[in-house]
Each structure stands twice: as structure tokens, then as C-alpha cells.
Design a protein around this ligand. Sequence first.
Ligand code: NAD
Length: 493
Amino acid sequence: MNPYDYIKKEPYKLYIDGEFVIPKEKEVFDVINPVTNEPFAKVYKAGKEEVERAILAARRAFDEGPWGRMSAKERSKLLLKAGQILDKRKEEFACTETLECGKLYAGVLYFEAEMCVDAFEYFAGKARCIEGKTVPIDENTVNLVQWYPHGVVGEILPWNGPLMMGCQKICAILAAGNTAVVKPSSWASLSMMLLAEVFEEAGFPKGVVNIVAGSGSVVGDAIVKSPLVDMAAMTGGTDTGKHIIEASKDTVKEIALELGGKSPNIMFEDVNIDDAVKWARWGFTQNSGQVCVSGTRLLVQRSIYEEFIEKLKIECEKMVPGDGFDRTSTLNTLIHREHAKVVWGYIEKGKAQGARLVCGGVPYEDETLKKGNFVPVTLFADVTPDMTIFQEEIFGPVLCITPFDTEEEAVKLANATEYGLAGGVFTKDMKRGLRVAQKIKGGQIYVNSYFSKGMIEAQGTGWKQSGLGVAGIQKYMISKTIFIDTETGSVPQ
Ligand code: NAD
């Protein structure tokens, strides 16, 4: 199968109120294959008018439409049906996402697309398991604590995991009983435009899910500022998160933010170095480092420091850059020329600020690779906390390595950035493993592995400047407490 056979010849349409629509201005943007930097598809771009239509449709579907009145069981069944449809179209989704994002095809097909189907199944179950509680207040009072959907949720997505993050978030939004206005990133919109077809085929009532592609400054901003949107959620960079906090203040809507990271991965001297080196490499090279929870700061105990670096260099140099459809490729391209420029800027800053370049750090000479946005795996050793590359998220295959002597120093270094997303600790001493895991200020910590476990059941949150809000279905719900008096008591004096 040629992956381009799955790509539509005409521009991908917006999905508003149960219809595939062309925006009034008929503006489109190009979809670019990052392996060649050649455009291969077009997507219609929503303007303010289309966003408003989408919000009104979601509003109606929640306030008046069947969605708000449907039982949890009915909503759950629709989610299951959509999951089955997606399951049948996995190859098409995986090809599209690989073409648009440059990812490794096998990873998208066998891991990400599977996780998407799993999200539909998991949240279909969750929709039927929403529980409240009763709290004993006094003998004449019955108290109920209940969970409600917010109403209309605007979900703004990043480009690094558009299909997987889109599915997980939309499923959670719907399972909680909300309706959705979804804005994918302009660098990675296709999987969400296709997902609209899945919701349509599954028979979701119109207006329950609306998908509007377009820019952050127009579509994203309109969602965040609209008084008709009850909650705005965004996954993306911390600076964008700060904009959203500012832009949402006039409507004081609920916001949830899943933001950037600069996660530490700590190696104590008692580890099996050969195994730990493989985990360290895995922890920061997935999707060429374009993963929010990447373990991009490697902290290594001084007694094994040089040996670890030497072995890690060998492991990293084995990685083969190439097209995601080529089975021999193990290192994919970055998403966009502009993003690659940012990553190269950090690499140059690392060199200029005196970090020791261990490998990578110079562009590929190969003519085919030069057409794409490939960046070699780059290791910097002797990185200190005052360096920019220690502090800022690079979002590429770049690792900063720092030595430490004591456990106390390792924890201090681990927590020495503004971020608090994830982290790892490797040691044979489980008491120490747990102790350190508890001291790392972050919402997703691994002991003796990294970024490899069932994140849908046990989702992490962003601490510090890595996010706002809780994870999972609860993120999209709001609580209410009701007090019922069983006796007419006297009014307090
Ligand atoms: P980004 O911040 O550039 O964009 C994210 C989304 O916000 C896009 O859809 C964009 O169009 C939109 N946006 C931009 N400006 C906006 C505005 N003013 N108002 C409303 N919306 C606006 O992020 P990105 O480059 O797409 O994604 C990479 C970032 O996402 C990295 O920092 C990564 O760490 C983070 N991320 C975090 C998680 C997590 O779970 N914490 C997961 C994935 C990615």
C-alpha cells in the first residue's frame, strides 16, 4: 500500500455541527512531509466565524441536544463503536500520521494507534463508572458530592502526538459528558480531521464533537476567550500556557494545561550500566526527543560517569536516521524546519556555553537527509545548572549529562529547573529508589524504567511550570456538594 493513497486530493474539511464544511474565506494551509519538506495535502483553515459556529453547535448539543440527556450507558456505547471503527482504519491513520509528522510507522501503527483504540475502550468503561459520595454531616443532613461535566470543552492540541493525545483527550471529555471543540496544531492536523469521520460514522449526535483546524492566535484564542466555552484545555509549550492563563481571565473559565518538561533521569552507581544505558537512550530519543516527558537531563553518579557516557555514546551512534516508512530507520525527522532551527540554536548555545560535546551536534551531510529536518542524537556532558541547555526544553534528540556525588545532590539537581513533568531513577536499592522518586518534583516518575508503562490508567500531571489541573476523566469534571435537611431546623442566629 502506498501511504499517499490514503491522502485526500481535495483539502480536508472542518467538522462543525455534524457536517464537513468549507470555511467562508476558503483559506487553506499546506500539510508538509517533514522527511522531504514537500507539501502533500491541504487543510481548510477556520476563521473566527467557523470557531463561533463550532462553539454554538457544541453549546446546543450540550444544553438542548441529546448528549446532555443521554445516559452514561448510551454515551459509552457510542465511544465503543467509534473505537471499533478506528480499529479498522488503524493503517490509514498510521500512514497519515507518519507522512505528516515523520514518525516511525511501526511505532504509530503498533503503539500509538493501539493506544488510541484503547482510549475509546477505556473511557467507554469510565463513562459508566463515575461515582460521587455521601458525607455524614449530622443526623438531620444528607450530603451528596456529585461530579458533573463542565459543558463545552475547548481542547487545543500539540503537534507531537496529535492522534494519540487527540483520542485520549476527546474520549475523556465525552465520557465525562461534555461536548467538544477541538483545535489540532497547524503542523499536524490530518489525524483529527480524519477522526471526525469516525465520530460521524459511529453516529454521534451533531455538535457533540467539532474539529476546527487553524492558527493558535485565531482559533485557539477564540476558544479560550469565548464566554460560551466552559473549559479550555491545552497541551503545548509553557509560554502558550501562560498566554492562555492571561486570555482566559475575563471569563474565569476552568483551564487545564499540560505543558513542557525538562525531566531528570538519575543513575546511581549500583546500576547495571549496560541496561541503564539502554534505558537512558530510550528515555530521550523517542520521536527524536519530541516527547514532553523525555528524560533529557541525565544525572550520573561520578564513580560511573565516564564509563556511562562512553557506553551511551556507542548506543546513540547506532541510531539510524531515515524515513519513518523505512524499516531500518530508528531515528525520525523533526516535525518542521522552524522547529529544527530552534533545536540547532540550542545545540550551538550548548557548545558556546562550554558543555562538552560527546557526539552528534553537526548536521548530516547525506543529501537525502538534508532534505528533511533530521538532527543527530547529540550528547552534551559536564552540563551545569547555569547553562541554558540544562534549564530550557529543547524538544529534540539532545541530552544534557551532569555528574553528582551524593543522593542529596542528585535530588537538588533533579529539581533545579522550572519544570516538573516527569523523571526517572535507576538503582538496585529500592528504598533509595522510592525515596528519590518521592522527592523529585514531578507528576510522572519511573523507578528502573523510563516512559514505558500504561499511562492511560495512571496518568501523570504537570507540576510547577509543566502544567495546571488534574489528569484523566476528573480533569473534565466539576464537583458539587448538596446538603438536604431531613428536618426543618431553626435558622442559625
Ligand atoms: P505550542 O505551545 O506551540 O502549541 C500548542 C497548541 O496551542 C497548538 O495547537 C497551537 O496552535 C495552540 N496555540 C498557540 N498559541 C495559542 C494562543 N495564543 N491561544 C490558544 N492556543 C494557542 O506547542 P507545540 O509546539 O504544538 O507542542 C510542543 C509542546 O507541547 C512542548 O513544550 C511539549 O513539552 C508540550 N507537550 C506537553 C505534554 C504534556 O502532557 N505535558 C504533551 C505533549 C506535548
